[in-house]
Ligand binder design. Structure first.
Ligand code: FDA
Length: 310
């Protein structure tokens, strides 16, 4: 309950234009803790740095709720440029995209622009042997995202495209089971958006319990699971579950956000687990940054201290 109230308060305050302007004006230095840089080159450098610790990377060009169809297509072009840059630098690209950024919900010709642009991105990633994960956004987008995911797996194969399920939504366990026929590569997260009680568990204990059930069910069905959390108790339980059920270390991976719990990321990699860091980069860092602050008061203190230092 406290978690929900804290998240609601932070996201409401962060949504105020005056606060946004103040943080944007002085916040880049602080955002750098969570964002790799503003260009593909800075993100690619972060990929190489993490590799030294045995940590894999997931590149994410920031940009949300982009308005015009032309901007959405431009955004998709920028993701493709990043795929080209990564490939040219010897990296097999693994990227995440938000379908809203590439035009989901906007029709061009007779088709959803998000689907058209996602296709272009995945086609290029596949050429390089890469992978594209469709991030999950707020709950009104879930149906369309899952439908488009099914279409894209049909066209490109499950080795090149995955998506995300959020344990805070009541519907998610049914959604997971409904995808089993695809043997999908799924990232399981708790969920980062402010959702009403009509669709999402308000209590953290319920979100955590659903999280464990989802990971265990997906593993037991023989699917690849991306366990995306910084929750040490869940990470421990997943390790125990995998051991007890003979799930090998290459049948799942732990995923964490860039700049968060680097110690834990390194320790897991050193213990032989597959670990991937989600590396956001780009100029549109404010909404991403706000959600990280909303996740824990520790991060809010980090920002307040930074602002006070000037
Ligand atoms: P929880 O919030 O319970 O935190 C567990 C522990 O980690 C606590 O000790 C906490 O303080 C610490 N912690 C958590 N977040 C922290 C932070 N930002 N800074 C410092 N400490 C922190 N969401 C979504 O809706 N759609 C998506 O597509 C994705 N994609 C995604 C990819 C990856 C790789 C990750 C790790 C997460 C996402 N998320 C996401 C975000 C996710 O839904 C969730 O908001 C965060 O992961 C925080 O939840 P935890 O699972 O870490 O647990």
């Amino acid at each position: 309950m406290i978690d929900q109230l804290y998240r609601k308060a932070v996201l409401t305050v962060a949504g105020q234009k005056t606060i946004e302007n103040a943080v944007r004006a002085r916040g880049w230095g602080m955002a750098q803790r969570f964002v790799a840089g503003e260009t593909p080159q800075t993100a690619i450098q972060a990929v190489h740095d993490l590799k030294k610790d045995g940590i894999m990377a997931n590149l994410d060009l920031l940009g949300e709720f982009i308005e015009s169809p032309a901007q959405c297509t431009q955004f998709a072009d920028n993701v493709i440029t990043m795929l080209d840059a990564a490939h040219a630098d010897g990296i097999t690209p693994y990227v995440s995209i938000k379908l809203s950024s590439v035009g989901q919900g906007k029709t061009e010709g007779s088709e959803d622009l998000g689907l058209t642009n996602a296709r272009r991105i995945i086609r290029r990633a596949k050429e390089y042997g890469g992978f594209v994960c469709l991030d999950m956004e707020d709950h009104p987008r879930v149906d369309q995202t899952l439908t488009q995911f099914r279409t894209l797996v049909g066209e490109f194969g499950g080795q090149h495209v995955g998506t995300v399920l959020q344990s805070y939504l009541y519907r998610t366990e049914k959604d997971r089971a409904s995808l089993d026929d695809l043997n999908p590569n799924l990232r399981i997260v708790k969920g980062a958006y402010l959702e009403p009680e009509t669709v999402a568990y308000p209590q953290k204990a319920d979100v955590d319990a659903a999280y464990r059930r989802l990971v265990y069910a997906h593993m037991s069905a023989g699917n690849y699971v991306n366990v995306a959390t910084h929750d040490e108790s869940i990470i421990h339980d997943v390790q125990m579950y995998a051991l007890a059920h003979g799930v090998s270390k290459d049948a799942f991976e732990f995923q964490m956000l860039y700049g968060i719990r680097r110690d834990l990321q390194r320790n897991l990699a050193a213990a032989g687990y597959r670990v991937r860091a989600y590396i956001p980069y780009g100029r549109d860092w404010y909404p991403y940054f706000s959600r990280r602050i909303a996740e824990t008061p520790r991060n809010a203190m980090f920002v307040i201290r930074g602002m006070l230092k000037g």
